[in-house]
Design a protein around this ligand. Structure first.
Ligand code: 6GU
Length: 245
């Protein structure tokens, strides 16, 4: 997967892409992130990339020409590129969106800054994505979120650290509680069932706890998830014993 990032702040991407799993994915060539400064496409001695809003109002708007020239330069070399504008007005990033995007070969993420981008930029992008209902100072951190969510779905990126198919959301449920050593910490014990070695009982416990957690914290997710007959039985057990925790 190749990402072309159009941004006024390419350096914001450097250390997140050098560390840990993303760092390794870059090193191994499983993902490539090209950082392109929008200012390189601005004209004039001062290479201005923003201007006052027509009609008045607070803040500055990113000028259309540098961004659109940048998009055109990328698309003219790589016609298959999917162009995505990062904006709080975009459609919400969800696991299914990340899965769809992970199938592509090349994605250009356009990072807006300031109070937004000139509306005419929208005619040159395929889609718009938001990472949630809150406002960031710019699209850069959101673009990193998109890169991370996609990268970990690319075969080889997670390695033996586990398959992404069992993650929260992939199955429509939150994850079950996890423990490691010690068996007891400040009076807090690891649930006995996890020490039992009985894999079937452990599986069932985990599934029930995943259902419990989702029901308690994200009933909206549960409403969208199809429960198997077994899940429905575990879920009914939970509801029968609510409060026992
Ligand atoms: Cl993509 N950009 C900005 N500036 N704020 C956001 C966002 C994006 N997604 C959520 N909030």
């Amino acid at each position: 997967m190749i990402f072309d990032i159009l941004t006024l702040f390419p350096e914001m991407f450097l250390s997140p892409l050098e560390e840990s799993i993303l760092g390794k994915a870059c090193e191994e060539g499983l993902i490539t992130v090209n950082l392109i400064n929008i200012r390189d496409y601005a004209e004039g001695r001062h290479r201005v990339t923003d201007d006052y809003p027509y009609g008045g109002g607070k803040g500055m708007i990113m000028k259309p020409e540098p961004i659109i020239r940048g998009i055109k330069a990328i698309r003219s070399q790589h016609t298959e590129t999917r162009v995505i504008l990062m904006t709080p007005q975009g459609s919400p990033l969800r696991q299914e969106v990340a899965k769809r995007l992970a199938q592509l070969s090349r994605i250009c993420l356009v990072c807006g800054r300031y109070e937004g981008v000139d509306e005419r930029v929208r005619d040159f992008v395929h889609e718009e994505i938001s990472i949630g209902d809150y406002v960031l100072t710019g699209g850069e951190v959101a673009a990193l979120v998109v890169i991370d969510a996609i990268a970990r779905l690319i075969p080889g990126v997670l390695g033996d650290k586990g398959s992404s198919e069992e993650d929260s959301f992939s199955q429509g449920l939150l994850e079950y509680p996890q423990y490691t050593r010690p068996r007891e910490f400040e009076g807090r014990k690891v649930p006995e069932v996890l020490l039992s070695g009985d894999h079937q009982t452990i599986e069932q416990w985990r599934r029930r706890e995943a259902l419990r957690r989702t029901w308690e914290r994200r009933p909206d997710l549960l409403a969208k998830t199809e429960l198997s007959k077994e899940d429905q039985e575990l879920f009914d057990e939970l509801k029968g014993s609510s409060g026992t925790r």
